[in-house]
Design a protein around this ligand. Structure first.
Ligand SMILES: [Zn+2]
Length: 605
């Protein structure tokens, strides 16, 4: 459920060299007119590479061949180099007084980089080489139990399937340890990557790469870290209850391997990173643990086609007052897996010309999951269309958490009541099924919160030098224990490098956006539900057919990245502060139910 962003955005791994030249030489100070001309040209460049890059990416994913891959890689590299040059040139206007709108574009240009290679060409080349090695090491990572049988090696897809479905503790431990063997060979490269990327970040004026990532959030880096602590403090009490309940149930299943009071072993939560726990739902489900209806069955019985499902998704947005999708969306999107060629089926949303040529690319099956995902992906498309009137540089979400949050917000409105309204369900189940619905949702979206914090807490410490290579693994597991309350199945010394068994670490993709998206989506949902006049419990509210909610949503979407994110948040919610009380409101009935289940049993570890 990711989306491809235009190349100007922070999602791209920008790896070309940034030479650090001082601002204008003495006596040749830049003028406001030059700044304006520079931005005009920068917007044109971003538009040109945005369209080229999207087209090349679209064909590369829809027609997987060596040639489309080569064309795509070539254009990506050119786009990266162009963006790096713009970031560097923008520093020439650092001290110039500019209108807010122009200053905003300058800042976005300078902070759109995820990684900056040092000015020294040798070091730049070394860093680029390290990054390709790390990506390849993860991408081709396999666990081979028996070196003599290469066909029996397991890739991440197979590992994921076993972790989700197996209930054999020994097998789970073996597979967990097996996958983590891909990581230690990356340690040396990773440590050097940290040194070199920090050098590049310093040349652009940032303390280190982590500080460079944090500065994108429109507040001083330390203030942003404090914000995250505050949000975590809000959600921690409910997390402790959910953790204690799941631990109790897993102990019933697995016995003493799961301690009564300590951390949960990381291999027993249905996911190789223990990040989302919905796969253990059958082990922890309440009595009458089904939702009272099966959307999977309904879609199959009705023989609902992929096209029908997307039409239903579009109707959700038009019911809010958004214009229907353009004819090109229906002509150019991919909805079903082609029979005659390989495509990347992972669902994504695109905006090919950074204006109206929006599309989704999905291999849709008649399942509840895909039905919800369609609503999510279209959220990206409607966001993209809403901000197309902004300058190209600012055609993105308010911060990198907002794009995902918007799609997920809409998916929260796919309630039983909504399914009744669109004729898919006869009647909505009564409140007795709520705990089942909420527990399943909490295992996915709430259990994820501390993991989403840990990945970048660890990286920020690594980039700042607080954690050195001699302590990489200990720091990782200390954080996972502190926030998540999980522990590795066996001792993990520094001969291991467990963080790199998670894609985003070797791939160098920032992770805090996922934490923000999970907090924000409930805040958006609560504000929009209120605008829609919903008086039901929050988890039963759908904003379907509410023009008032649609207007609120559109007011934020249309801003794109033109203002600091608190302004965008305020346009939708009336508040300038992120607030985790909304996610707590949503799960309030579950919280009460968990108290009853725990009945005084220990929480915490
Ligand atoms: Zn998405």
């Amino acid at each position: 459920m990711t989306m491809r962003m235009p190349l100007c955005c922070s999602g791209a791994l920008l790896a070309a060299s940034v030479a650090c030249t001082p601002a204008s030489a003495p006596g040749t100070a830049a003028t406001p007119a030059e700044a304006k001309a520079f931005l005009d040209q920068a917007n044109q460049t971003q538009l040109k590479f945005g369209i080229l890059g999207n087209r090349a990416g679209w064909v590369a994913q829809n027609f997987i061949t060596d040639d489309t891959a080569a064309v795509n890689a070539r254009i990506s590299q050119e786009a990266i180099e162009a963006t790096v040059k713009l970031a560097k040139d923008a520093t020439k206007y650092d001290t110039l007084a500019l209108p807010d709108a122009e200053r905003r574009q300058m800042n976005v240009l300078k902070t759109s980089l995820v990684m900056v290679t040092p000015a020294d060409p040798k070091e730049a080349e070394e860093l680029t080489g390290i990054m390709s090695r790390l990506e390849a090491a993860y991408g081709t990572g396999k666990w081979c139990k028996d070196a003599g049988k290469p066909d029996a090696c397991l890739n991440i897809d197979q590992i994921t399937e076993i972790m989700a479905g197996s209930r054999d503790e020994k097998r789970l431990r073996e597979v967990w340890e097996g996958w983590h063997t891909i990581a230690p060979p990356m340690k040396k490269d990773y440590a050097r990557f940290v040194e070199l990327s920090n050098k590049g970040a310093k040349e652009l004026g940032f303390a280190d790469t982590g500080a460079m990532w944090r500065v994108k959030y429109d507040m001083p880096p330390d203030a942003f870290a404090k914000e995250l602590d505050r949000l975590w403090t809000q959600v921690q009490p409910l997390y402790l209850k959910l953790h204690a309940y799941v631990r109790m149930k897993l102990r019933e299943k697995y016995g003493d391997v799961v301690p009564e009071k300590g951390p949960i072993p990381a291999h027993l939560l249905g996911n190789i990173w223990a990040q989302e726990w919905q796969n253990v739902y059958p082990l922890v489900a309440p009595r009458a643990g089904d939702a009272g209806y099966s959307l999977d069955d309904i879609l199959k019985q009705r023989k609902m086609s992929a096209l029908d499902m997307v039409r239903a998704g579009e109707r959700f947005y038009t019911s809010l007052g958004f214009d229907p999708l353009p004819p090109t969306f229906w002509e150019r999107s991919l909805f079903v897996r082609p029979r005659d060629r390989d495509v990347v089926c992972h669902a994504s949303a695109w905006d090919l010309d950074l204006e109206a040529d929006v599309r989704i690319k999905m291999c849709i099956n008649p399942t509840a999951e895909d039905f919800t995902t369609i609503h999510h992906e279209l959220g990206h498309n409607f966001y993209q269309r809403a901000y197309m009137k902004q300058p190209v540089i600012l055609r993105d979400s308010a911060n990198d958490g907002f794009h995902e949050a918007v799609g997920d917000t809409i998916s929260l409105s796919v309630t039983p009541e909504y399914l009744v309204k669109i004729g898919l369900l006869g009647s909505a189940p009564d409140a007795s099924r709520d705990n089942a619905l909420l527990l399943r949702m909490a295992l996915e979206r709430f259990a994820f919160l501390p993991f989403a914090l840990v990945v970048d807490q660890w990286r920020w410490k690594v980039f700042s030098g607080e954690v050195t290579p001699a302590g990489y693994n200990k720091a990782w597991w200390d954080l996972r224990l502190k926030y998540q309350g999980v522990a590795p199945p066996t001792d993990r010394g520094e001969e291991f490098f467990d963080p790199a068994a998670k894609y985003h670490v070797p791939d160098n993709t920032p992770y805090m956006r996922y934490f923000l998206a999970r907090i924000l989506q409930f805040q958006f949902h609560r504000a929009l539900s209120k605008a829609a006049g919903c008086t039901a419990p929050l988890h039963r509210c759908s904003i379907f057919e509410s023009r008032e909610a649609g207007q609120r949503l559109n007011a934020m979407l249309a801003m794109g990245m033109s203002k600091p994110w608190p302004d965008a948040l305020e346009a939708l919610t009336g508040s300038r502060q992120m607030d985790a009380t909304a996610i707590l409101d949503y799960f309030a009935p579950l919280s009460t139910w968990l108290d009853q289940q725990l009945a005084g049993k220990p929480a915490g570890w």
